[in-house]
Design a protein around this ligand. Structure first.
Ligand code: FPP
Length: 243
């Protein structure tokens, strides 16, 4: 869909992929089967997004709080990320997808960090879609890291505290250079943001969908975009009056 004819399309869609466990439990399957099916839904979303005019797709794959899950589930999710990158990287690259991984890397195994860096550097010139994989991500932690980096710059005398503006903070975030989130989708029926992209969602439209993430597909994305287009975004101003 050409953007010029569709001014109200969301440029940046962020998704909290919730409901994998319940999807599996309803089928009498282990939770891991839900996460596996979640990868297929992720692939469908990545394919559908550029067809629907989306430029940035941010996917909440593992939160800083997810370490509290049983060790076996954590290990499964870490391995799923590794397998997803290994299996899909060539295809994503051929499709023009740029991969950006956000979150803290310090707790991840060096071989996984190396794989993520490789995926990012291989795809860095791609422009069809930016796929942001939030892994070991927490928005409060991201903001604290940004504050620390800016404080260190100030202490070193490279910036003046008066230079710490909204723009400067944005440059210090993992999403530097990306537009703010236009549409935040959460599947699975819960209505909360769970420490995802708090700064970047300042004026996002929120959409909570009852379906479980493994059931998400291109048609669900299309419904979400239609809902987004029906919203009146005023960004704190007044509704535009047409003569
Ligand atoms: C929430 O469902 C989902 C997660 C914590 C992980 C999301 C992960 C995927 C979709 C696949 C992994 C993707 C990558 C790139 C590794 P839940 O387990 O909280 O479901 P529940 O609320 O029904 O228990």
């Amino acid at each position: 869909m050409p953007r010029a004819n569709s001014p109200s399309l969301p440029r940046h869609v962020a998704i909290i992929m919730d409901g994998n466990g319940r999807w599996a439990t309803h089928r009498g399957l282990p939770r891991s089967a839900g996460h596996k099916a979640g990868i297929d839904a992720l692939r469908r979303a990545v394919r559908a997004a550029p067809e629907q005019g989306i430029e940035y797709l941010s996917m909440y794959s593992f939160s800083t709080e997810n370490w509290q899950r049983p060790k076996t589930e954590v290990a499964f999710l870490l391995n799923l990320l590794r397998r997803f990158i290994k299996q899909d990287l060539a295809e994503l690259h051929a499709a023009g997808v740029r991969i950006v991984v956000i979150g803290a890397r310090s707790d991840l195994e060096p071989s996984l960090v190396a794989l993520l860096c490789h995926a990012e550097s291989l795809t860095k010139e791609n422009i069809k879609l930016t796929l942001v994989i939030a892994f070991n991500y927490g928005a409060k932690q991201e903001l604290a890291r940004a504050a620390k980096a800016l404080a260190q710059e100030a202490v070193a005398g490279r910036i003046n505290p008066d230079d710490i503006t909204v723009d400067r903070v944005e440059q210090a975030l993992n999403t530097a250079g990306m537009p703010d989130v236009d549409l935040l989708i959460r599947t699975g029926g819960e209505q909360r943001i769970s420490n995802f992209l708090l700064w970047q969602c300042a004026y996002a439209e929120f959409l909570f969908m009852p379906l479980f993430w493994p059931d998400f597909d291109g048609a669900a994305l299309q419904r979400a975009i239609a809902e987004f287009q029906s919203r009146d975004r005023r960004f704190g101003g007044l509704r535009a009056v047409t003569a």
